[in-house]
Design a protein around this ligand. Structure first.
Ligand SMILES: [Mg+2]
Length: 232
């Protein structure tokens, strides 16, 4: 049997734009979990929920214990659940995202999932709000609760895909797409392929400099995205 390509999508600013909702959820969750008002905002793009949470707590003079991080994550999921209808009205799927996911889902030689800094529950909400959840297998994703280090999320996704599909996905058949240098280096760290999508705050040049095999301005040209992913 021939090798399948494992395509791993970043979510925020790659497939969707939640218009800062994730940010307000942190404000609510921090207050609910600790009683503290948000005063300092960590950098979000390309970082995992674990890394952001640890920094957020430290910035507010709180000790980032496992218990406190777990409490913060429970509150984050709770606020995301309460407010998920807002995603559909305030945010949007990025141009071409639905078409590319659908086109890849039709291929027998591709398995699709996510590597995202989000918690799994929040990743589901974010994709479902725009109807993008049906073509990616969220059971085999790498999520932000796993580690501070995004590269560990890629390893986890490959492990879960291998387990589920019963065959190896060699690193050179793993393609990670994202809008930040973190997405790219998380892939190339293991020899996987990183493809940049410049719909976040980083430029084509910055994503190239991070080691992306290709960088797309956006996902609007389905054929061009498929060609970049499949290396054809
Ligand atoms: Mg992103």
């Amino acid at each position: 049997m021939s090798v399948k390509t494992l395509v791993l999508w970043d979510i925020d600013q790659t497939l969707i734009n939640a218009m800062g909702l994730g940010h307000t959820w942190y404000q609510v969750a921090l207050h609910a979990a600790t009683g503290v008002r948000l005063r300092h905002v960590p950098s979000f793009p390309g970082r995992t929920e674990m890394a952001i949470s640890r920094e957020l707590l430290t910035l507010h003079d709180l000790e980032a214990t496992d218990e406190l991080i777990a409490a913060l994550h429970r509150e984050l999921v709770a606020v995301a659940e309460r407010e998920h209808p807002l995603l559909a009205t305030r945010g949007q799927a990025l141009a071409g995202a639905a078409e590319v996911l659908e086109a890849l889902a039709r291929r027998e030689d591709v398995v699709q999932s996510v590597v995202t800094g989000n918690l799994v529950e929040i990743a589901r909400h974010k994709l479902a709000a725009y109807g993008l959840d049906s073509h990616v297998d969220l059971d085999i994703g790498g999520y932000g609760s796993i580690s501070d280090q995004r590269e560990a999320l890629v390893v986890e996704a490959i492990r879960l895909a291998t387990e589920k599909h019963g065959h190896d996905f060699p690193v050179d058949s793993v393609v990670v797409l994202g809008d930040t240098p973190h997405d790219i280096t998380a892939a190339t760290h293991h020899g996987a392929i990183g493809i940049g999508v410049a719909t976040g705050r980083f430029t084509v040049e910055e994503l190239e400099a991070a080691g992306a095999r290709a960088v797309l301005a956006d996902l609007s040209d389905t054929e061009a995205v498929l060609a970049a992913i499949l290396g054809s």
